[in-house]
Design a protein around this ligand. Sequence first.
Ligand code: AMP
Ligand code: GLY
Length: 421
Amino acid sequence: MNILLIGSGGREHALAWAIAKSPRCSKLFIAPGNPGTAALGENVVIDVADHAAVVSFCRLMQVGFVVVGPEAPLVDGIVDSLTAAGIRAFGPDRAAARLEGSKAFTKELCREANIPTAAFATFTDPAAAKAYVREQGAPIVVKADGLAAGKGVVVAATVEEAIEALDMMAAGGLGAAGSEVVIEECLVGEEASFFALVDGETAVPLASAQDHKRVGDGDTGPNTGGMGAYSPAPVVTPEMEERVMAEIIRPTVATMKARGTPFRGVLFAGLMITAKGPQLIEYNVRFGDPECEVLMPRLLTDVVALLEATADGTLGATAPAWREEAALTVVLAAEGYPGKPRTGTVIKGIEDAAAKSGTLVFHAGTKRLPDGTLVANGGRVLAVTGLGTGIAQAQQRAYAAVDAIDWPEGFCRRDIGWRAV
Ligand code: AMP
Ligand code: GLY
């Protein structure tokens, strides 16, 4: 079967790496892909926002299955367009992608299904939002309702900081995403990324992971898309997994189905494990990045068979198998990230890094020049994954590979995995 994978990040390189290993995959296309995916399939230039163009490409190239990596095309209804054209696709339709596309939608669903989450209120009137913040006091969390590429959340330590965030959003600092805001109680605990494949009715948990959102060592500095991750996350014990499934995932799946908008795809719950138990911070409707760069290397089961069963509604009693080994990934970012990253700088030594035992180097924001030189072309540029008998060994292998990469204008956190090591 020919497969089309949509996306261009480290997540998509990791997915492409896993898909290309599957006996079910004859030819893999990636749109637009990156220099890493080019070694695993054929990168193709299609305007993913032009659904008719994607459908024509699939017909022309006899693509039997489409895997959508990022959230934007999902929220934009790419799966609806493919399904209407009779092309099978992995990922939720537009109605179910609201779980990520609108924070207010998810909060209402939590209220309806009695899912544990931070207390909240939503506002379109900035004056009312400010009055609420003054009444609640700090710390308090201010979120833009819509998609803001991970930059729409401000955890405010003071009332002034929260008001400043509201002013920024009201002034259009995040575009239309900030025209409605959600204001939340600040949760205290340890965060975890929880993934479940959902086929509309049945939910199958995947391995757990933990991300590192802040740009600096010791979890300092501004939030990013994620600077590194590891799997498994010790905080997600088997008992905790069962609580998350029972209290959060299954009620969500049942409510979406009862509303006539069943969710099919990977449901990614951002959790805070608090003293009272797991609380839902947010949903994403796709794999995490960089979590995917630790999940795929640990997955033993054929990923294509899993994603197809999810799309076809046949997950049943599927139980994916995982390597015993832990995986840890370190993101190398370009100077300036998460602000304006410096692009065009030359990266060397990737082959040496990837040749080390138990390591994988995933490309994200890289570009290959016509003469073969690899240059930085984005904020998060590489994700370097180590596998080991425990998180400590995975960490040591990942950093040994990072140190083999010659890229003076790049940086990484030096403490990925600190909670677990
Ligand atoms: P989100 O985009 O909703 O995942 O939020 C980004 C980050 O902000 C999360 O990973 C948390 O670190 C933090 N955050 C979001 N909501 C809360 C909350 N209610 N309490 C504490 N921290 C939060
Ligand atoms: N690493 C968090 C995310 O993918 O949203």
